[in-house]
Design a binder for this molecule. Structure first.
Ligand SMILES: [Fe+2]
Length: 231
């Protein structure tokens, strides 16, 4: 996590001090997970409490960041608080430092979750992981809205998932919420998407999805932004 956030941060040519801030955010972003599991025996926010907000409370209570300047403490706390939201809140100025660090942690976090998912799917023949499958049934094909969201370069919606294949598509669709060219390079290098795609059923539809995602990844890696109608 810390390694990935640093790789992305450095690719954006930020200062040494800002790289340390990025690493600090990565180090503490899931701090709340420890207390969440100790107290509730689950990692599900909906069955317990928001682990990001819990992490912020602990950071404040323990004074872990106390040696940092006030402005940096605020930035770390907000980036931690917002890391697991569907999107960065609209009141955060897109050209602000906070927005930049929010994008950094959200990208690094997605790489990490895709790693976990790809490792889990690679081993699923041997050992199924119900937590990864969100207890969805193992039925054939995909739910149509999941496919069309991906083909329109949008993140798929949790509410549209009907089976285990759909949750894999949901994870794949996260590539449409990544921010930095370096994140796309890392994903390509690690091959997480390939391994998730290879765990999908062999079909024409899978082939279309695969080609679409690869094309998107290639284009974004070269820094092409929205407005490319061919995607
Ligand atoms: Fe998290």
């Amino acid at each position: 996590m810390c390694e990935n956030i640093l790789l992305i941060a450095k690719s954006e040519k930020i200062s040494e001090k800002e790289c340390m801030l990025a690493e600090t955010i990565a180090l503490f972003h899931d701090l709340g997970r420890f207390e969440q599991f100790t107290k509730y025996k689950t990692f599900s926010d909906s069955e317990s409490e928001n682990h990001a907000v819990l992490g912020v409370k602990i950071l404040n209570k323990e004074g872990i960041l106390a040696r940092l300047p006030e402005e940096e403490i605020r930035l770390v706390l907000k980036a931690v608080e917002y890391h697991n939201l569907m999107e960065i809140p609209g009141n955060v100025n897109p050209s602000s430092k906070l927005h930049f660090f929010c994008r950094l942690i959200r990208d690094a976090d997605k790489i990490d979750i895709l790693r976990f998912a790809s490792e889990g799917y690679a081993a699923e023949e041997k050992c199924r992981n119900p937590a990864l499958e969100l207890y969805l049934p193992d039925t054939k094909g995909y739910s149509e809205p999941m496919v069309s969201e991906i083909l329109n370069n949008r993140m798929a919606k949790i509410g549209d998932m009907k089976n285990r294949n759909d949750i894999k598509l949901l994870r794949l669709s996260w590539i449409f919420d990544l921010n930095f060219p370096a994140t796309f390079s890392l994903l390509k290098k690690y091959g997480y998407l390939e391994s998730i795609i290879s765990s999908l059923p062999e079909s024409k539809e899978t082939e279309v999805l695969k080609r679409h995602c690869e094309k998107y990844l290639d284009a974004m890696e070269s820094g092409v932004r929205e407005g490319n109608n061919e995607l």
